[in-house]
Structures are given as C-alpha cells and as structure tokens.
Design a protein. Sequence first.
Length: 139
Amino acid sequence: MLYNYVKSINLMVPKFIEKSVISKEEVIFYTYPEHVASFLAFLKNHTNGQFEMLVDIAAVDYPEREKRFEVVYMLLSIKYNTRIIVKLSVDEVTPVPTVEKIFPNAGWYERETWDMFGIFFQENQDLRRILTDYGFEGY
C-alpha cells in the first residue's frame, strides 16, 4: 500500500521529487530547496495525503558532503494517521524558503534550525537567535 502511495505522488509531482524511499514502513521524500514550499503545500492539501500538521523541522550536519546540511520536515496526517518525512540538502550559503505561510508553526522550528546550524530560511518573519546568546559566535 505504501509503495502505491509513493508511486502516485512521484507521478503527480515529479519535478518536486529528487527521490523517494520507503524504509521500515516510513515514507521519505527528497526534494529541492526551490520546491520545498510547493511540495509541502501539495502534501498538506492533496485529498489522499492531508498532512495538515507540521510536527517538526530539524537538520543533520554531514561535514564531508558538498551539501553538508540535510533539512528534515516531519508531517502528520491526522485523518489517515500517517507520518511522512521530507528532506532536502543544502550547503552553508544556500537559503531555504520559509514554509511559514503553509504551516504557521514552522517559524519557530526554522528559528531553532537557523540558530543551531546557520541554515538561512528566506523570508522567515522572525529569524533571530532562540537558543544561544546574541554574543555567541558560530552555530
């Protein structure tokens, strides 16, 4: 069943998806920074998904990679009791578009991710330190 769902999403919005993976009954879509907002809006509003809750945004640092950061969006569909993960990779200077207009709670998670990793979320309305002191240098 998961395979059919992932296949249908890949067919509906192929330009948004870099690759998709099913691992331990968990669906993971990899997307591009320029498509993340459109893809998350699609997943939120599509009838067969309805991933209306953004549970978290996190990041992982892989210093050996050219695009060292992986930004991870965790979504929940209450209607279908299903979770999905969307990931994208960026380097130190590539901005990620904010998804605040799609998920208002994203602002807080983007602030945490910016403060901890230095990943810039373009057009975030309140991108300022949240966990570290303003005099702190680094991330």
